[in-house]
Design a binder for this molecule. Structure first.
Ligand code: SF4
Length: 372
């Protein structure tokens, strides 16, 4: 089953830490972009079976419900999308009203992922976010009261000036709001992020690595005690509410990406679309493919990726599956290096399963380098 990813590169404000492919909202540009996206989807349509649609961004909730409906319709008209497909819309709290959410639900959206980042007003202000903690909480209630019960909250940790007790407040707030899924990512500051300058100017500090590790471990344990199960390094879910779309990225799946900067992986070929919104629209309008990079992956590369990404999951790598797919005995090939990590308590092996311990998740990149 394919996953279909639709990139919506518009935001009403640019956050000071953000390195995604996005730009400021412009109504005219948005209308032309949605038309191009619809065309790209219809041209790519080959009736392939798909079971997820994911609107990512940017801020996809800046689209109107009828635009989202048109795009879902284009997906359904071009691919064999399952009737029970998971259809996710990434949403920012400040764009949420009950009416808009009802409109998105009617358009076919059945899962909302809300970019909250923190439930601490001063932390939100430092990140340049446009919502308060109260607005974020209210937004989730509005999403639910519109009839969308599959909800995810995104949080970030290791924020400027954040201490364990601040994170504890945010996590307790999240638990009280009862989303069905949550993601918890470390803030990563790219080299020229405006937030870096602000941090220097305002003398904001980050706690040392060890304290950040303790914050992560505390959050995961607290979420588990509240009934969430961790299934990936940064993701937890209630039973049956794992992100079916994101799991494709971690389980050697296949997906098609539409829109500027979107990536596709299918049949061992990886492509990337042109990043600029204007160039993307121009390409599609002139009948050309927006793909600027097309690369056939070698079997070795696919194997490395499959191992690398599976290790992010708490289920880990299934060595039997890898042997069946790639004809490789992972333990025979990498056993000596992996054994060192098993010995150090970062990895565990039980029958065909090989997975990172929670301590191992803190040093995941070190372990993953075995495969790349
Ligand atoms: S809303 Fe999200 S995508 Fe847009 S600028 Fe902020 S972090 Fe980036």
């Amino acid at each position: 089953m394919l996953g279909l990813y639709l990139h919506i590169p518009f935001c009403s404000h640019i956050c000071n830490y953000c390195n995604f492919n996005r730009g400021l909202f412009d109504a005219g540009l948005k209308a032309r972009y949605v038309a191009a996206l619809e065309t790209e989807i219809r041209r790519a349509g080959d009736g392939g079976a798909a079971d997820t649609i994911f609107f990512g961004g940017g801020t996809p909730s800046l689209l109107e419900p009828d635009e989202v409906g048109r795009l879902i319709e284009a997906c359904r008209g071009s691919f064999a999308v399952s009737p029970d497909a998971e259809v996710t819309l990434e949403t920012n709290p400040e764009t949420v009203t009950v009416d808009r959410m009802r409109g998105f639900l009617q358009a076919g959206v059945n899962r909302v992922s809300l970019g909250v980042q923190s439930l601490h007003d001063r932390e939100l202000a430092r990140l340049g976010r446009q919502h308060s903690a109260a607005r974020a909480a209210d937004a989730l209630l509005q999403v639910k009261s519109a009839g969308i019960s599959d909800t995810s909250l995104d949080l970030m940790l290791w924020l400027p000036e954040q201490r364990l007790e601040d994170l504890q407040g945010t996590v307790e707030g999240l638990i009280a709001l009862e989303p069905s899924h949550a993601s918890l990512y470390l803030l990563e500051l790219y080299p020229n992020a405006p937030l870096r300058e602000e941090m220097a100017r305002s003398h904001w500090s980050l706690v040392p690595d060890d304290d950040a590790a303790d914050m992560y471990l505390w959050a995961m344990e607290r979420l588990e005690s509240a009934g969430y199960t961790q299934y990936e390094i940064s993701n937890v879910a209630r039973t049956g509410r794992r992100s079916r779309h994101n799991l494709k990225y971690w389980t050697d799946g296949e997906w098609l990406g539409f829109g500027c900067g979107a990536h596709t992986t299918r049949g061992g070929v990886r492509t990337k679309n042109v990043s600029s919104t204007d160039d993307y629209i121009a390409c599609v309008a002139s009948g050309r493919s927006p793909a600027v990079e097309v690369r056939r992956m070698s079997t070795e590369e696919r194997l490395g990726d499959a191992l690398f990404t599976a290790l992010r999951l708490t289920d880990g790598i299934n060595l039997d599956d890898i042997r069946a797919r790639y004809g490789v005995d992972v333990w025979e090939r990498y056993g000596a290096e992996l054994a060192v990590h098993v010995e150090a308590g970062l990895l565990r092996r039980d029958g065909p399963r090989l997975w990172l311990t929670r301590q191992g998740m803190l040093l995941a990149h070190e372990v993953m380098t075995v495969f790349v």
